[in-house]
Design a protein around this ligand. Structure first.
Ligand code: NAP
Length: 256
């Protein structure tokens, strides 16, 4: 697909770190830029340029947009990467660059689900207090609390980091997508009695919710942060990618 997309002097900055962003990045020609915070794996097989690391706040991003001749920013960051989304919104307003955003719809509870909302770490700790074998799927956040694990609990933490854990915590260094069979096996093997999750939306990490429902386990769900508006928003990567390819085509036509 990328060979069919014409080149243009106006560049797109795609903010990523998610599977959605990678799917869009695969359609971007060489002139455009895919930006990662540095948490996720850096793909080596893209036609577009890849840059890694922060911009230095809103001011740094404004400077970057101007210096790199960016004509469109696409925010396809994780729904909990609220700071980056806010910075993109503010920097685009200051630099007068349009902003598009992929805003994955949140998961909704299904019949049989027992979800318990938590708005921060303190509330998560309260919600899991009566359980013994929580599974944390929040990313790295839980790792900074390893010294706080009560004697009554054994934690399983799945995140993108190889970490030795401790006598009360086992760390599973694994990257999604995760399938239902694997999630069933994990809940069973670790004797999990409560799952702690972000409401990330999308398919890649949804099977843990199905596995929890099947076992009648509660899920403590970290509340989503609020995200800024964008000039255009898309529910999924495919619709954002298709709109982006049409945008590139129009820009190319207007330049030739
Ligand atoms: P964040 O708190 O919104 O961003 C923190 C800073 O990281 C930003 O201010 C920016 O630094 C830099 N940054 C973030 N995304 C960037 C990008 N695509 N390109 C360049 N710089 C970027 O987000 P986060 O720390 O990345 O993650 C917050 C939450 O999202 C965590 O819970 C994490 O588990 C989840 N998450 C993030 C990613 C990811 O790849 N970012 C993937 C999956 C899940 P400057 O201010 O210096 O520009």
């Amino acid at each position: 697909m990328r060979n069919e997309v014409p080149e243009t002097s106006k560049r797109v900055l795609l903010l990523g770190g998610t599977g959605d962003a990678l799917a869009i990045a695969r359609a971007l020609p060489a002139a455009h830029v895919y930006s990662l915070a540095g948490l996720a794996r850096v793909p080596g097989d893209l036609a577009c340029a890849v840059r890694v690391g922060g911009f230095g706040g809103i001011d740094g991003l404004v400077r970057y947009l101007r210096a790199e001749n960016i004509a469109l920013v696409v925010d396809a960051t994780h729904p909990y990467a609220a700071q980056m989304s806010r910075h993109a919104h503010d920097a685009c307003a200051l630099a007068d660059v349009p902003l598009w955003a992929v805003r994955r719809p949140a998961w909704q509870p299904q019949p049989g689900d027992d979800w318990r909302d938590a708005s921060d770490w303190r509330e998560i700790v309260e919600r899991i207090a009566s359980f013994h074998r929580p599974l944390f799927t929040l990313g790295r956040e839980a790792l900074v609390h390893l010294h706080e694990i009560p004697a009554s609990q054994r934690w399983t933490i799945r995140c993108l980091e190889a970490h030795p854990g401790n006598e009360r915590a086992k760390i599973i260094d694994a990257r999604g997508p995760f399938d239902l069979e694997g999630e069933r096996a994990l809940l069973n093997a670790a004797n999990i009695d409560v799952v702690v999750s972000k409401n990330s939306g999308g398919r890649a990490t949804e099977p843990k919710l199905v596995a929890a429902r099947e076992r009648g386990l509660p899920v403590v769900m970290l509340t989503r942060p609020s995200l800024p508006d964008a000039d255009r928003t898309f529910d999924d990567a495919a619709s954002a990618r298709d709109a982006l390819l049409r945008w590139l085509d129009r820009i190319h036509t207007s330049e030739t």
